[in-house]
Design a protein around this ligand. Structure first.
Ligand SMILES: NC(=O)c1ccc[n+]([C@@H]2O[C@H](COP(=O)([O-])OP(=O)(O)OC[C@H]3O[C@@H](n4cnc5c(N)ncnc54)[C@H](OP(=O)(O)O)[C@@H]3O)[C@@H](O)[C@H]2O)c1
Length: 293
């Protein structure tokens, strides 16, 4: 049995669907507060539901029973729920899950993290690193996916990249290269590595097929749409100010993530793709998909 924690989210939903489509047994940890449509979509795909929460240790013991592989994509960063904080979920909750997995004799724990930076810290990055350390020390065989920036999120309207209306927001100068990756490709690689003995106890960096600066991405969207984009810039000094004056760990994390994106994030995928062959989505393909509506 595979267990997906975060299955009502973007990446966890994709991992669950892919496992279900491949006719592999999959169980999803869902919460009583999860979006009912997402829960129903999982159920319709044949995914078994385990009701629980990362903050409820007993529910994790039940969810891990008979499980050989745990995928944890969960995070509280988007959560608007009282008490569902980065500390309680991304730090303590993930530690609870690792311990439950250890007690249940899980054979692989796949933890989804991001690349991060050594130049500065922010609460989500600190929690991800604490989880990675706890996992490595747990004795449970592990794989950590250190993913770059998801194109569907960072080149999407919620973060100011509104292609339908010809508007884009750029973090920093927009000149640093980023290995924009589709969350669908991250899901495919998470599954491929989970099933590979070579990926046991390894951290694997996952970026897209081509590193492009924000400004190059905008040019691609302009070419494909035949329309000049209106560009708004968020200078690095402004982002640093936002981070310094943040009123909550979530605000500080968003500012930290934007600063991270401003600094660029390039990954050479050649070795990983030689081992786990996958035709990865390009930004041009993504642009065509978005512009087609
Ligand atoms: N976005 C990026 O560019 C990017 C880049 C690299 C890595 N990542 C990482 O990729 C992972 C997946 O991202 P995503 O966009 O798929 O996240 P998402 O859509 O925000 O999904 C978050 C999931 O976590 C669950 N969750 C929250 N609190 C929980 C709790 N207390 N107990 C159990 N589950 C809880 C949510 O469940 P409910 O539906 O019940 O709230 C949801 O299923 C994250 O760990 C993120 O840090 C993201």
């Amino acid at each position: 049995m595979n267990l997906v924690v975060g299955a009502t989210g973007v990446l966890g939903g994709e991992i669950s669907s892919r496992l279900a489509q491949a006719r592999k047994p999959v169980r999803a940890l869902v919460r009583t507060s999860s979006d009912p449509e997402r829960v129903e979509a999982l159920r319709k795909q044949g995914v078994e539901l385990a009701w629980g929460d990362l903050t409820d240790r007993a529910s994790l013991d039940a969810a891990c029973r008979g499980v050989h592989t745990v995928y944890s994509t969960a995070t509280a960063i988007q959560s608007r729920q009282e008490g569902n904080t980065l500390d309680r979920v991304d730090r303590e909750g993930q530690a609870n899950l690792i311990d439950a997995a250890r007690q249940a004799g899980v054979r692989r724990f796949v933890f989804i993290s991001f690349r991060g930076t050594n130049e500065f810290d922010f609460p989500l990055q600190a929690a991800k690193r604490a989880t990675a350390e706890a996992l490595k020390a747990s004795g449970v065989p592990w794989t950590i996916i250190e993913a770059s920036v998801f194109m569907e999120i960072w080149l999407g309207p919620h973060l100011g990249f509104d292609a339908a209306n010809g508007r884009a927001r750029v973090f920093g100068s927009g000149d640093r290269k980023i290995s924009w990756v589709s969350y669908r490709d991250v899901a495919a690689l998470a599954i491929a590595t989970a099933e590979s003995p070579e990926a046991e106890n390894r951290a694997i960096e996952v970026g897209g097929p081509e590193a492009l600066s924000h400004n190059e991405v905008i040019r691609i969207f302009e070419e494909r749409s035949g329309r000049k984009f209106e560009v708004e810039q968020a200078p690095e000094e402004v982002l640093r100010g936002m981070k310094a004056n943040a009123k909550s760990p979530v605000e500080e994390t968003f500012a930290g993530l934007m600063l991270f994106v401003a600094g660029g994030d390039e990954i050479d995928m050649r070795q990983t793709l030689a081992r786990y062959p996958l035709r990865m989505t390009t930004v041009r393909e993504y642009a065509d998909r978005v512009l087609a509506g």
